[in-house]
Write a protein that binds this ligand. Structure first.
Ligand SMILES: *Cc1c(COP(=O)(O)O)cnc(C)c1O
Length: 374
């Protein structure tokens, strides 16, 4: 039976505990599972690197939430990206966003270019620039929307038509939006990925990543195979924690979105702020596209503080309720000076602060920013 998304997210992760009737799923620590006298594996599990009940349940839940055919869970979002690039062939060309998660750019430049991929970076919010970057051997267009940290919005449907025309795959990093706010398969993406370390897990306590495919094809087999054979898998406990997060995901995303919009509107009016980068503001260049493909806009935003790196750092130094830490997606609000985290190769503006708006009362968050900006 087809349920509403709130019901799916509560129920998809539940594993019935046949021993006790417990209402929290058991964690299956077993690395090895028993065979029958005829040599078969009656419950389908053999060795925990190949499949584990907690991981299998997480994969089912994520495939269901995104509306894909199959999912594969990994030890981190980065391990997912690594596996997707490895499933291409040396000699293939990839178009990747100029504004993407910093680690993915480093992975391409320092691991996969030496391995044999060629990469062109393009501003994926400008479809003509992506079109100009395509080559005969382009095998993948990789997009992240909204992007991290500049919150650029990419039109998934336009990217999908460019990818189709070029016989390339469209991969969409949906970490910032989550399937609650945006479902890239509905707009033509072939593969959706998440760092579940962020909103999906939702509590700053477990690393993980998931790739989901629209259809189970040859390329997907090349993603599945190294998951089992190379083994960059999440532990049963991390799969369990991530699923625990999934059960409250819909309501958390609604609160992150409401708080995010309130904080963004406050910051937009503040005279020490030069610009707020948040796709839910009408002033954002990607607002129309975002409003078309997202149901609301989440809790992640960046601001350009009037002045230089020092001005931005001094705001971050004065917050009391926001915590100075990297990452996003948990209950606590976080603030971060991105350029100094990314290091000397960063292309992030020096006066940019990234804010991950959490689940506190938005009036308290606004009061904290007000005193830090005073
Ligand atoms: C954090 C993040 C990643 C990397 O995920 P890890 O779990 O930290 O390895 C990839 N993409 C985006 C958009 C992210 O925010």
């Amino acid at each position: 039976m087809d349920h509403h998304v709130e019901t799916t997210s509560v129920d998809a992760g539940f594993i019935e505990d046949k021993t006790s009737g417990g209402m929290a799923a058991p964690i299956y620590l077993a690395t090895t599972f028993e065979r029958d006298a005829d040599g078969s594996y009656p419950l389908g599990f053999e060795y925990s690197r190949d499949a584990n009940p907690n991981r299998t349940q997480l994969e089912r839940a994520m495939a269901q939430l995104e509306g894909g055919e199959s999912a594969a869970a990994f030890a981190s979002g980065s391990a997912v990206a690594m596996t997707l690039f490895q499933a291409l062939k040396p000699g293939d060309h990839v178009v990747a966003p100029t504004d993407a998660y910093f680690g993915i750019r480093q992975m391409l430049d320092k691991v996969f270019v030496p391995w044999g991929l060629s990469v062109t970076y393009a501003d994926t919010s400008a479809p003509d620039l992506v079109e100009a970057a395509l080559k005969d051997n382009t095998a993948m267009i990789f997009v992240e929307t909204p992007s991290n940290p500049k919150l650029q919005v990419t039109d998934i449907r336009l990217m999908a038509s460019l990818a189709r025309r070029n016989n390339a795959l469209l991969v969409c990093d949906n970490t910032v939006a989550t399937p609650v706010l945006q479902q890239p398969f509905h707009h033509g993406a072939d593969i959706v990925i998440h760092s579940t370390t962020k909103y999906i897990g939702g509590h700053h306590d477990s690393m993980g990543g998931v790739a989901i495919c629209r259809q189970n094809d040859d390329y997907w087999n090349r993603v599945r195979f190294p998951q089992k054979i190379c083994g960059a898998i999440p532990s049963p406990f991390n799969a369990w924690l991530t699923l625990w997060g999934v059960s409250s995901l819909v309501y958390r995303m609604r609160a992150h979105s409401a708080n995010g919009l309130a904080v963004a509107r406050f910051l937009e009016r503040h005279n020490r702020i030069e610009k707020v980068l948040y796709p839910g503001l009408e002033s954002h260049a990607g607002f129309d596209t975002a409003a078309n493909q997202m149901s609301s806009f989440g809790g992640l935003m960046s601001v350009l503080v009037r002045g230089d790196a020092g001005s931005a750092m001094s705001v971050a130094a004065r917050v009391e309720l926001f915590r100075r830490a990297t990452s996003f997606g948990g209950a606590h609000s976080l603030i971060e000076h991105r350029a100094s985290v990314e290091g000397p190769n960063s292309t992030t503006p020096p006066n940019l602060l990234r804010l991950a708006v959490g689940l506190e009362n938005p009036q308290d968050l606004i009061a904290d920013l007000e005193q830090a900006l005073a």
